[in-house]
Every structure is written in structure tokens, then in C-alpha cells.
Design a protein around this ligand. Structure first.
Ligand code: PEP
Length: 252
């Protein structure tokens, strides 16, 4: 069992309005109060004020799903780290496969975003993961190592010990096709070994590595019990109160 605090992080993607956010967070507060897991919800940017306002004083932390790495300027449609920080955001999800695929996010951009997020006093949740073709070609480990190596360029040992990495095999996201506990553990162990190589044992022991890809109320406990899996980044199941509550309370 991991010595690290398990994190249950929801990624709502483009779902729920600000009004629906208030209703959901209000109900979730009571359901997850006092849980052993760190509870995070990644909400659409326009829902952040609603989420942080209702979550105030509870154990629910709010994450953004994206941010721009520049501080300000002519970047129509983007939001900055300072804007998120002022609203009470604590984590920012970066490098999600949907952002890589549909919005051209590269490893270099993810690295710049990680730098900006940490400079603003927030923590990145850095996503990585292979396609089905990459898995079938046997290049999963080298692909994920490459993604994380570039994402972490220039970050200090202290910063890396506090941030979160999410291993999300693309073939398991939103497909209902979860990686087996062993498949998920194997790649999370590869990532931890990379952290040992880059930053040493102490840092590698502290950094949380989540699994994401069709996590649900039925499979969370087994996945989160694996030695190198410190919780989950949860898409679909985080939109449902009962399912997300059960994932948060997987150890109850
Ligand atoms: C995700 O969006 O990061 C994700 C893992 O989605 P799902 O849980 O729906 O597969």
C-alpha cells in the first residue's frame, strides 16, 4: 500500500454549467467530508468560481483543465495562471490526450505550462499515455518516459515531489476498457523509475502517480491498491455523485 495520500481527481471535461456545478459540489461536500483521499474536481473554466465558492471550507479542491503558459497578452480565448490562482484553483490538469489530439498541445508546451503553474503557486497534474498502436508496437514505456522527461525539464526536485503525474492509456479513456491492474501498475512503475533516475529515490517516493482510463466505483479499490498507483484521474464516473463518492471512499 502506498505511503502517499491517495488522490481522487475528477475531470469533468466539457460538462456541467455553473448552476449544475453549484448543485453537484454542494451535494458532494457532505458525501466526501472526512475521507482519507484528497478530493479534486477538474471543472470547465467558467464553472471555477461556482466550484471554489461552494467548496470553500470543505475538503474538495478545485482543478482547472487547461491554462496558457504566458502571463497575459494577445491570446484570445485563453486564461492565465494568475486568473486561476485568484479564483482559488489549486491544481491544473495539463497534457490530457484530448488537448494533445484536438488542440495541438505538445510536450514542450506542457513543460512551459508546468513552469507557469508552479510559479503561480499551483500544482500541475501532468497527463501522459500511449495509443493502442504504440502499446501493440511495444513502445509504451519509451513513449511515456519521453513525454514525462520533456514535461519535467528544468523543474526542481522539490517541485517534482509535489506535482502529480497521471498515466492515462488513450485506448482506455472514455471507452469503458480499463487497463488491468497489472498493466496500469507496470507503466506507473516505469514512470516512478524515471523519477528515480532524474531526481533520486526521495523525490520518486513522494511524487503521486495516478491512473486514468475508465476508472469506476467497481475497479478503483484494486487499482489504487497497486504499489505505484496513488489514485485516479476520473472522467465519466466523476460526473455522477454516487460513483465519484464510491471512488473517493474506495478504501471504506
Ligand atoms: C479522463 O478524462 O482523464 C478519463 C480518464 O476519462 P474516463 O474516466 O471517462 O475514461
Amino acid at each position: 500500500m502506498s505511503k502517499r495520500t491517495i488522490m481522487a481527481a475528477g475531470n469533468w471535461k466539457m460538462n456541467k454549467t455553473p448552476g449544475e456545478t453549484k448543485e453537484f459540489v454542494n451535494a458532494l461536500k457532505g458525501l466526501v467530508a472526512g475521507s482519507n483521499s484528497e478530493v479534486v474536481i477538474g471543472v470547465p473554466s467558467v464553472c471555477i468560481p461556482a466550484a471554489t465558492e461552494v467548496a470553500k471550507g470543505s475538503n474538495i479542491k478545485v482543478a482547472a483543465q487547461n491554462v496558457h503558459f504566458e502571463a497575459s497578452g494577445a491570446y484570445t480565448g485563453e486564461v492565465s495562471c494568475a486568473m486561476l490562482k485568484e479564483l482559488g484553483v489549486e491544481y491544473v490538469i495539463i497534457g490530457h490526450s484530448e488537448r494533445r489530439e484536438y488542440f495541438g498541445e505538445t510536450n514542450e508546451m506542457i513543460n512551459k505550462k508546468a513552469r507557469a503553474i508552479l510559479d503561480a503557486g499551483m500544482l500541475p497534474i501532468i497527463c501522459c499515455g500511449e495509443t493502442l498502436t504504440q502499446r501493440e508496437q511495444g513502445v509504451t514505456a519509451e513513449h511515456v518516459r519521453y513525454q514525462i522527461k520533456i514535461a519535467l525539464l528544468g523543474l526542481s526536485a522539490d517541485e517534482v515531489s509535489k506535482l502529480v503525474i497521471a498515466y492515462e492509456p488513450i485506448w482506455a479513456i472514455g471507452t469503458g476498457k480499463t487497463a488491468t491492474d497489472e498493466q496500469a501498475e507496470e507503466v506507473c512503475a516505469v514512470i516512478r523509475q524515471l523519477l528515480v533516475e532524474l531526481y533520486g529515490n526521495d523525490v520518486a517516493e513522494k511524487t503521486r502517480i495516478l491512473y486514468g482510463g475508465s476508472v469506476n466505483a467497481g475497479n478503483a479499490k484494486a487499482l489504487f491498491s497497486m504499489p505505484n498507483i496513488d489514485g485516479g484521474l476520473v472522467g465519466g464516473a466523476s460526473l455522477k455523485l454516487d460513483a465519484f463518492e464510491q471512488i473517493v471512499k474506495h478504501d471504506a
